[in-house]
Design a protein around this ligand. Structure first.
Ligand code: F0G
Length: 467
């Protein structure tokens, strides 16, 4: 039995939340009112909500029990010390500064380490991460391997840094103008693709040779550790905990969105080994987040994060999580739906460019597909393409990412295989009538992070014609 490919959920359901029940006509009104932006839908109007895996996790009974042990002291909360000891044990960094979520940590790190005119290399951009780098005067440079931009290139570690690109940047601008490399494990927008231990080591050696720090975006680090165990020579018999610890041993610090691999609903932190940087970070956290012992969080939330980390590294949890993604991916693949391959750790990315090959990128195929899938089935997903990618801050021109996708993101411990069957059927049915989906044009384009609050109009009369 243990060898069954897709083992049932390794948890049982103790509390339930009812799902949205709008019918087709009501959904048609809802998506129109939301300006064809799935971010602007009401949650209760969604049936299966795959917008994000961020903060949408189901916490365990142990985490909820921990919430009741919240020490809500203004300073020196017991839960902070618990979190600190867990982070030291699992991540290995000396200092931790809690923040309200990942971007709080990104804000502090970017403000402290970047001076105007600097360059920040990274293995593909992430929206908020790049925003904070640019806000502090840096230019982001993508140094991920070329294959990461090709939906169909099948590599075990498609999130790896291309060392030649990294070296070329150092030669071009000089190591002094590169305070750190932002190393994402895994790479969200490439499809949740992992970085190999070997690549982490090589990046670390090259960076440190030029006094460049290695700062991880550790957001989905447990998923990365799982892929290393599964795919990299020499790691099969190591525990996820051991692999995670080794991954971080080659770097100097990290930003973390606890809303992902700490399996909580809110929270994040910044870590570092450098004492001076820590002192400066505590100086900043009091200005923007709160005391260095709570960083914008309640004591109970720090407790939930501490417990969540210990649960996330359990093999039965993480293997089930990654297998859920694969299960959905394989169903879609069997029906010919174009996707980013290989399947990553947190989501299936449907290739909207090919799905809606009758639309140009200027007709926002991924935005249109996310809206259409909602209207068609009540399944909420997110655009990850030209809209998310934004405009070049210098020229004002649209970035034109090669990957134009919708992300079917699986929240942790929330949906069962039966829910995924429904999602697969919905996407497949829509794929059969893909030529009936209209493109979109801007109604309102916000200046920054436009995907969150922008609104659109349909180009044709109907979003999905005649179903
Ligand atoms: N880095 C990565 C790779 C992320 O995926 C996110 C958030 C952040 C940083 C920022 O963390 O949301 O806690 O401030 N990603 C969410 C998503 C929003 O849906 O992919 P945060």
């Amino acid at each position: 039995m243990e060898n069954k490919r897709f083992m049932p959920e390794p948890f049982k359901i103790k509390m339930v939340e009812h799902m949205g029940t709008l019918d087709k006509e009501e959904r048609k009104v809802a998506i129109k009112e939301a300006g064809f932006n799935t971010f602007l839908l009401r949650s209760e109007d969604c049936y299966i909500d795959l917008l994000t895996d961020s903060g949408t996790n189901a916490m365990s009974d142990r985490q909820w029990a921990g919430m009741l042990l919240g020490d809500e002291a203004y300073a020196g909360s017991r839960n902070f010390y618990h979190l600190q000891s867990v982070v030291r044990e699992y991540f290995g960094f000396k200092y931790i500064v809690p923040t309200h979520q990942g971007r709080g940590a990104e804000n502090i790190l970017s403000s402290l380490m970047i001076k105007p005119g600097d360059y920040i290399p990274g293995n593909m951009y992430f929206t908020t991460t790049r925003f904070h780098q640019e806000r502090n005067g840096a230019t982001f440079r993508d140094v991920i391997i070329d294959e990461a931009h090709d939906p169909r290139a099948e590599l075990p570690f498609k999130g790896n840094v291309d060392l030649k690109k990294f070296q070329a940047l150092i030669d071009e601008v000089g190591g002094d103008n590169i305070p750190y490399i932002c190393l994402a494990v895994t790479v969200n927008l490439a499809g949740g693709q992992p970085v190999s231990m070997n690549n982490i080591k090589e990046v670390s050696e090259l960076a440190h040779k030029y006094n460049i720090k290695v700062m991880y975006d550790a957001t989905r680090c447990v998923e990365n550790a799982y892929f290393i165990k599964e795919r990299e020579e020499g790691y099969q018999n190591k525990t996820i905990k051991e692999i995670l610890f080794e991954m971080f041993s080659y770097g100097d610090g990290c930003t973390m969105s606890g809303k992902k691999d700490c399996i909580t609903n809110i929270g994040g932190f910044l870590c570092m080994n450098d004492h001076d940087l820590y002192v400066q970070a505590t100086g900043m956290v009091v200005q923007f987040e709160g005391m260095p012992s709570y960083g914008g969080l309640a004591g109970r939330d720090m407790e939930a994060m501490a417990i969540g980390i210990t649960e996330a590294v359990k093999f039965e949890y993480i293997s089930h999580r990654v297998n859920q993604i694969r299960y959905l991916g394989e169903k879609l693949e069997a029906a010919g739906v174009p996707m980013i391959k290989p399947f990553g750790g947190h989501a299936i990315f449907v290739d909207a460019r090919e799905f809606l090959s009758h639309l140009s990128q200027e007709e926002f195929p991924a935005q249109a597909l996310a809206a259409a899938l909602y209207e068609f089935s009540g399944v909420r997903t997110m655009e990850r393409g030209i809209i998310s990618s934004g405009r070049d801050i210098k020229t004002g021109e649209n970035h034109h990412p090669k990957l134009e996708t919708i992300r079917l993101t699986i929240p942790r411990r929330v949906y069962t295989y039966a829910h995924l069957d429904f999602v697969a059927d919905a996407v497949i049915d829509l794929y059969r009538r893909r030529d009936k989906i209209s493109g979109l044009k801007w109604n309102y384009e916000p200046k920054v992070l436009r995907f969150f609050t922008g609104t659109f109009k349909i180009i044709n009369e109907e979003l999905v014609e005649g179903y």
